[in-house]
Design a protein around this ligand. Structure first.
Ligand SMILES: [Zn+2]
Ligand SMILES: [Zn+2]
Length: 406
């Protein structure tokens, strides 16, 4: 097999792998990095078939461009397709509001959505001439690993080995060649149960002292996981932003959820902000899970503006914050860019690592359990930290634009 890396080589974001097998060619993921301005992958050659592993923009963001140009057929789960469509419209809106040129518009989105073909977990399917077996990736609902049966090659982007409230962790698949994300190479996650306990204790303390808790969270995956944890422990939770709509989509496909009835109860009982009046009610109540996850826009800024000088209140960040984002600035310098103005924030700022990616040791364990001869590391800014653990395999660390032959 021959793999050309269009994006995601030695970086986290804009993944795209143009992959040529003896019996056919397939593009695996084609995403953008949703930074300000967004970053795009290299241009894909014409291709008839593509696989989309999951809805996150760093994997899905360029499909409207691809499909409208080459009429590419895209294989994904239906929940991935429906969430991706929502994210495309949102990205377009954000690009318009910031005056950034964007590679596609509404007509391309509509055209792309007609090119999706649906697959399920634990399903085998012919893509062109290629038999592909799909497995759950354990990352977000509907996320898939693709196993190219003839070549004994598996693509694992993105994966989580830990069971969460939302879905079960990934299981290793024996293969000769493993293409794998290593977002957390060199970084260990805390033990999940202990982390949840500490997080809930912290929230209790803040609320008891009369403070407010603002939890910035990605709309896809993190919002549902955190709202479930808070709701199950008896807190009155408010959701603002796209997370509620995404939850509604996830509930249409209960087969991808670990506890659909729990998510459904949370969805019915959680409070949702629809207006400015709602924002005030949410703030009075005190616990708000809201977008955007890295605080570069969205309703979260309204809440942070309100509590920024209250020492009893806290912003609790729950995921990786990319360099240059408001979330990163808040963690490192206690300041954010608020509607164009650098603003000091002197409320409490906390960090809890609720990642949906496998951590370093989990990745090592997963890779070893797949027992591959060849490992291709992408979607990582520290691939060497993983490479040095994998003595018994040939390890490839391609950069963007590289073609490797295995
Ligand atoms: Zn992802
Ligand atoms: Zn990713």
């Amino acid at each position: 097999m021959k793999i050309t890396v269009l994006g995601g080589g030695r970086e986290v974001g804009r993944l795209g792998l143009f992959t040529e097998f003896e019996r056919g060619t397939v593009l695996i993921d084609y995403g953008i990095t949703p930074s300000n301005p967004p970053e795009y992958p290299l241009k894909s050659p014409p291709v008839s078939n593509a696989i989309l592993t999951h809805a996150h923009l760093d994997h899905s963001g360029m499909f409207p461009w691809l499909c409208s140009r080459y009429h590419t057929r895209v294989f994904s789960t239906p929940v991935t397709a429906e969430i991706a469509e929502l994210l495309y419209r949102d990205s377009l809106k954000i690009a318009d509001s910031r005056g950034h040129p964007f590679p596609y518009g509404e007509p391309e989105i509509q055209l792309a959505m007609n090119k999706f073909a649906y697959v399920g977990e634990d399903e085998e399917m012919e893509i062109g001439e290629l038999p592909v077996h799909f497995h759950s990736a354990g990352h977000i609902p509907g996320s898939l690993m693709a196993e190219f049966v003839d070549e004994s090659a598996v693509c694992a982007f993105d994966i989580n080995t830990t069971d969460t409230h939302l879905i079960r962790g990934v299981r290793p698949v024996k293969c000769d060649t493993l293409l794998v994300e290593c977002t957390y190479a060199g970084v260990e996650h805390p033990e999940r149960r202990e982390l949840e306990r500490q997080f809930l204790d912290e929230v209790d303390d803040i609320v008891k002292r009369g403070g407010k808790v603002i939890v910035p969270a990605f709309a896809v995956g993190r919002t549902q996981e955190l709202a479930l944890i808070l709701h199950e422990s008896g807190h009155e939770v408010w959701l603002d932003g796209m997370g509620h709509k995404i939850t509604e989509i996830m509930l249409k496909y209960p087969q991808y959820l670990r506890y659909p009835e729990k998510l459904s109860r949370m969805f019915r009982e959680v409070n949702v902000v629809y207006s400015n009046r709602g924002k005030k009610l949410a703030l009075d109540a005190g616990i708000i899970v809201t977008t955007s996850g890295m605080m570069n826009g969205g309703p979260v800024l309204w809440y942070v503006n309100k509590i920024k000088h209250d020492p009893h209140s806290a912003v609790i960040i729950t995921g990786y914050q990319v360099e240059g984002t408001n979330g990163r600035m808040l963690l490192e310098n206690r300041e954010i860019d608020l509607y164009g103005l650098k603003t000091e924030v002197d409320c409490q700022v906390k960090f809890y690592d609720f990642s949906a990616h496998a951590g370093h040791s989990e990745l090592v364990q997963f890779i070893r359990a797949c027992s591959p001869e060849n490992v291709v590391i992408v979607h990582s800014d520290n691939p060497e930290a993983m490479a040095e653990e994998l003595h018994s395999a040939n390890v490839y660390i391609p950069s963007n634009g590289d073609t490797i032959t295995i």
